[in-house]
Design a protein around this ligand. Structure first.
Ligand code: BTN
Length: 258
């Protein structure tokens, strides 16, 4: 590890990590908390982390090389890196099948158990660090009541007969992140990421957004066909056109009538 900061309670581990990165934190430094009082998700949403209920941490990564497709690809691939690593731990350590709802959610049986939030730090036009924030629900206490009622979220322990040892999970997750990070620009990474995608071959509606995560009110409807090299989602629209969505998120597919 580059360094570790642990907090029994903190606003948001991403906020602490961003400040630490700006003060020069080493590559692979970790900020982790038992409770977050102001956890953040994508598009301005909140993320809840009650004490003892899950994992909430942020890793500071110093990217090496930007790949052929530039910074957008680097950032999207880091979102994929976090989600893929969680899927692999669930699969290989806990024998739990899980899938990635592009771009940043991990699902067990179509319900969200984990979210990934990637934020970047820049010096002029140079990307100098990436904060990879990951939140995982281990118990039902991690899930806001409204999401429990709508059954859109789940916790890992619902699918296991024994409680999850959080440190054990964290250890395996960090090992997966290290391993896949070294293959970030290889075909194997893209293949593993694509083969973990949820709703491949299914019709979905995607609410597109700008690079800052703000909705631009466009809805793209189509069948998911795979991943573009830069991490964008490939879709075949209802008129048979092949398009790539680079920023956005899949609308709640259970509410989409096509
Ligand atoms: C999402 O689903 O929209 C992403 C959720 C990301 C939550 C994690 S928890 C650790 C880190 N700190 C935060 O404030 N957010 C991320």
């Amino acid at each position: 590890m580059g360094g570790i900061q642990y907090y029994p309670s903190v606003g948001s581990t991403n906020d602490v990590a961003i400040q630490w990165a700006e003060r020069g934190a080493n590559d692979f430094s970790l900020v982790i908390a038992d409770e977050q009082t102001n956890g953040r998700g994508r598009s301005g949403r909140r993320w809840f982390t009650n004490p003892g209920s899950g994992l909430a941490f942020s890793l500071i990564l110093r990217p090496r090389g930007i790949g052929a497709n530039g910074y957008l690809s680097l950032i999207t691939r880091h979102t994929g890196l976090g989600a893929l690593a969680v899927c692999q731990v669930l699969k290989y350590q806990y024998f739990l099948p899980s899938q990635i709802k592009w771009p940043n959610d991990v699902l067990i049986k179509d319900c969200k158990c984990c979210g990934v939030l990637v934020e970047t730090q820049w010096c002029g036009d140079q990307l100098v660090s990436i904060v990879l924030g990951i939140g995982i629900n281990f118990t039902q206490d991690a899930i806001p009541t409204a999401d429990s009622v709508k059954m859109t979220a789940t916790s890992v322990d619902l699918w296991l007969s024994t409680p999850v040892d959080r440190l054990d999970f964290l250890y395996h997750l960090l090992m997966e992140i290290l391993d896949w990070r070294s293959q970030l620009w290889e075909e194997a990474f893209l293949e593993a990421w694509e083969s973990s995608l949820a709703f491949i071959g299914k019709q979905v509606a995607i609410r597109t957004s700008n690079f800052q995560g703000e909705n631009d009110m466009n809805l793209v409807v189509g069948q998911i066909t795979g991943l573009e090299k830069d991490g964008g989602l490939k879709l075949r629209t209802l008129t048979g056109e092949d398009v790539v969505v680079r920023c956005g998120e899949i609308e709640d597919w259970r509410l989409v009538v096509l």
